[in-house]
Design a protein around this ligand. Structure first.
Ligand code: SF4
Ligand code: SF4
Length: 152
């Protein structure tokens, strides 16, 4: 629900989530993992067993506790002591896609100290498309209309 509301808000504001920065290879995100099954966060050992049946590769993760919301927290057995992935070529998609701009819509935050930044930026392509459609309908750019209104 909140995810849809965020998407709608971004759309109406002409913005989109943008990821900047770079990975500092600190390995923090491999120690504080939350997993989903069918769009629902895993909350119990039974949830994890169901996830394993569907995604056997999740065996590399082990439960280390829960967060304040009651979601299971996992750590990865492929993480080296120096914070690097020891099986980088075979890492699962959940690792390949992290961090993703979609996290912004899901309300997730990056781990403190992460080298990436996630923010809502102006979607210039969408704004340009909107402007082109306005012009195609015979209307001038918004700024010109405002100037015209001021002169009246
Ligand atoms: S927390 Fe951020 S900087 Fe650290 S390893 Fe993960 S993606 Fe890279
Ligand atoms: S497979 Fe590699 S990238 Fe993925 S959580 Fe484990 S150590 Fe991190």
């Amino acid at each position: 629900m909140m995810e849809r509301v965020r998407r709608l808000w971004l759309r109406l504001c002409g913005r989109r989530p943008v990821l900047t920065g770079e990975c500092l290879r600190c390995g923090q995100c491999c120690r504080g993992i939350h997993l989903k099954l069918d769009a629902r966060w895993l909350r119990s050992e039974a949830d994890f067993q169901r996830a394993l049946a569907k995604y056997p590769r999740y065996r590399i993760f082990e439960i280390t506790g829960r967060d304040a919301r009651g979601l299971l927290r996992f750590s990865c057995t492929r993480l080296s002591e120096s914070g690097l992935c020891t099986d980088y070529e075979n890492r699962p998609s959940v690792c390949r896609n992290y961090p993703s701009p979609a996290m912004f819509c899901a309300g997730a935050r990056l781990i403190e100290g992460c080298g990436f930044r996630l923010k809502a930026s102006r979607d210039f392509e969408r704004l340009l498309g909107r402007e082109m459609r306005r012009r195609a309908r015979g209307k001038g750019p918004v700024v010109e209309e405002r100037e015209e209104a001021r002169r009246r």
